[in-house]
Design a protein around this ligand. Structure first.
Ligand code: F0G
Length: 463
C-alpha cells in the first residue's frame, strides 16, 4: 500500500458501472472508436480528464446554499473577487464559465493577425483561441536531452525566447504565456527562476507576461518539493510569488478551483480589464457573474482556499507518484517525473510497431477501455498531429502520449490500483495491437468528434 493516504473521508458515494466486455466493444463501435463519444455510464474508472471532475468538500456544498443569484453585484462575486485578489494580487477579476472563455476573451483583446503568442506550450484550447484571432502560436518548451529527467520540464526555453524577442520577429510578439503546470508537456512544473527570467526578458522587450494558471497550486507545490531554494515556503506563498511575476492570468477553475465549472481572468491593467469586460458582457454575461450561477462563485471561492492546503497537495502529488510507479511495475513506459494532475505513458515507445499516422496512442487508449472500461486521453497525433496539406499521411505529433488524468478527491488508491492492473494486461499483449485510421474529422479540435476505424484485419478480430 502507498505510504500516503487520502486526507479526507467520504460522505457521499456514487456507484460506478461495470460494463461487460461485450457492452464495451459495442459501445466503442457505436462511438466510432472515439472515447469522447462513449457514454460515461459505460466507464468504470474515468481518467479522461481532471477538469470539472472534482469532488467538492462539505464546506463547498454548504457554500452553495449561500449563493447570491442577483444579476449584478452579487455578494457571491464579492467573495470570489476577494479570494482571488488575496491569492493572486491581481486587482481586476472577471469570472467566466470556463477556461476557454477566458482564453478567447483575453487573447482576442491582445492578439491580431500577424502577431505571435509565445508559450512554454499552448494547451490545445489556448492554441485554438490564438489561431482564431489570426495570430500564430509559438511553443518554446525547454529542451529535455534524451535520457535526462528535469525537475522543471515545464519551463520555457529562455535561450530560444531571447533569440525570438531580439530577432527580426521580436516586434510581432504580442504576449508570452507560461502554462503552469504545463499540461501539454507532461504536466511538468515551471520553476520560479524560469518565470523570473521570462519576466526579465518580457520587460526588456515591452511584452506582457501572462499565466495560464489552471493548475497554479499544483505547480506551487512542485516548486516547493523540487527546488531546495524554496523548500521552506508554503504552496500559497509560492503561488503568490509566481503571480507576482506576471501581468495577469487566466485559469480554468475546473482544475485547481476544485469545482465542476468556472474560470477567471485576473489582471493588473484596468484598461485591458475594461476591454475584456465589454467582451464578457457580449458573450458570457454581466461581469459579476460571467456565465456562472452565484452559487458556483461561492463553491469556487471555497475551493480556491482549500486547494493550497499542503496536506491536500502532498496527497495529490504522492498519489500521482505512486500511480506512476504502479504503472511502471506493470510494464508501461511512464514519463518521469510524474506531476500532480496526471500520469503520462509513452505509447509511442510501447507500440513502436505502429507509425504515428496510425495513431498508436489512440490504439493504446482504446485497448484500455476494452480491457477494463478505463478511459484515458490520447495526446498524440490525433490531438496534435495535422492532416498533410499535400494529401499524404497525417503530420505526426512530437510524441505519442496517453494521459491518465487524476480527478481531484474522486478515486482512492484502490481504484488506481485497478486501473494499473488493466494497463498491465494491455502492456502484456502490445504486439497484437493494431493502429487506426481517421474516417471523419472536422475543426481545429478534431479529437472530440472524429470517428475512426481499426486497421489490419476484421473489426471482430481486432483486439
Ligand atoms: N488551459 C489548460 C492548461 C488546460 O488544461 C485547459 C483544459 C484549459 C486551459 C481550458 O479550460 O476546459 O475550462 O475550457 N484542460 C482540460 C484537460 C480540458 O482535460 O486537460 P476549460
Amino acid at each position: 500500500m502507498p505510504s500516503f493516504m487520502e486526507p479526507f473521508r467520504i460522505k457521499a458515494v456514487e456507484p460506478i458501472p461495470f460494463p461487460t466486455p461485450g457492452e464495451r466493444r459495442e459501445a466503442l463501435e457505436a462511438a466510432g472508436y472515439n472515447l469522447f463519444r462513449v457514454p460515461a455510464r459505460l466507464i468504470t474508472i474515468d481518467l479522461l480528464t481532471d477538469s470539472g471532475t472534482s469532488a467538492m468538500s462539505a464546506a463547498q456544498w454548504s457554500a452553495l446554499v449561500s449563493g447570491d443569484e442577483s444579476y449584478a453585484g452579487a455578494r457571491s462575486f464579492e467573495r470570489f473577487e476577494r479570494v482571488v485578489t488575496e491569492l493572486t494580487g491581481f486587482g481586476e477579476v472577471l469570472p467566466v464559465h470556463q477556461g476557454r472563455a477566458a482564453e478567447r476573451i483575453l487573447l482576442h483583446g491582445l492578439l491580431r493577425p500577424g502577431r505571435l503568442c509565445v508559450a512554454n506550450t499552448h494547451f490545445d484550447s489556448t492554441r485554438a483561441s490564438v489561431l482564431a484571432t489570426g495570430a500564430e502560436a509559438v511553443d518554446l518548451p525547454v529542451p529535455v536531452p534524451a535520457g535526462t529527467v528535469l525537475p522543471f520540464g515545464g519551463n520555457i526555453d529562455l535561450t530560444a525566447l531571447e533569440h525570438l524577442l531580439s530577432g527580426p520577429d521580436g516586434g510581432r510578439v504580442a504576449c508570452v504565456v507560461l502554462t503552469v503546470t504545463n499540461n501539454a508537456n507532461g504536466g511538468q512544473p515551471v520553476s520560479l527562476e524560469n518565470a523570473a527570467q521570462t519576466r526579465r526578458l518580457c520587460r526588456r522587450h515591452g511584452v506582457p507576461l501572462l499565466l495560464d494558471a489552471s493548475r497554479f497550486a499544483e505547480n506551487a507545490y512542485l516548486v516547493g518539493t523540487r527546488s531546495p531554494a524554496h523548500a521552506g515556503a508554503t504552496p500559497r506563498e509560492l503561488a503568490r510569488a509566481m503571480f507576482d511575476l506576471a501581468d495577469g492570468c487566466w485559469a480554468s477553475l475546473k482544475k485547481d478551483g476544485v469545482a465542476n465549472i468556472g474560470g477567471l481572468i485576473a489582471l493588473r491593467d484596468p484598461e485591458l480589464a475594461r476591454r475584456c469586460a465589454d467582451q464578457l458582457i457580449e458573450t458570457e454575461g454581466f461581469p459579476t457573474y460571467g456565465g456562472l450561477a452565484g452559487r458556483d462563485l461561492d463553491a469556487l471561492a471555497q475551493g480556491l482556499l482549500e486547494v493550497t492546503d499542503p496536506a491536500y497537495l502532498r496527497y495529490r502529488a504522492e498519489s500521482a507518484g505512486w500511480f506512476a510507479e504502479r504503472l511502471e511495475r506493470a510494464g508501461l513506459p511512464v514519463v518521469r517525473p510524474a506531476g500532480c494532475h496526471a500520469v503520462y505513458v509513452d505509447a509511442g515507445r510501447l507500440l513502436g510497431h505502429i507509425p504515428p499516422h496510425e495513431l498508436p496512442a489512440t490504439a493504446f487508449a482504446i485497448e484500455l477501455y476494452l480491457a477494463g472500461a478505463v478511459r484515458v486521453t490520447e495526446l498524440g497525433t490525433l490531438v496534435f498531429g495535422r492532416p498533410d496539406p499535400a494529401g499524404g499521411p497525417d503530420l505526426p505529433a512530437p510524441s505519442e502520449l496517453v494521459r491518465f488524468a487524476l480527478p481531484r478527491r474522486v478515486y482512492t488508491s484502490n481504484h488506481l490500483e485497478y486501473a494499473a492492473e488493466v494497463a498491465g494486461e494491455v502492456a502484456a499483449k502490445v504486439s497484437a495491437i493494431r493502429g487506426y485510421r481517421i474516417t471523419e474529422q472536422t475543426g481545429a479540435l478534431r479529437q472530440f468528434a472524429a470517428t475512426l476505424a481499426p486497421l489490419g484485419g476484421t473489426e471482430s478480430g481486432h483486439s
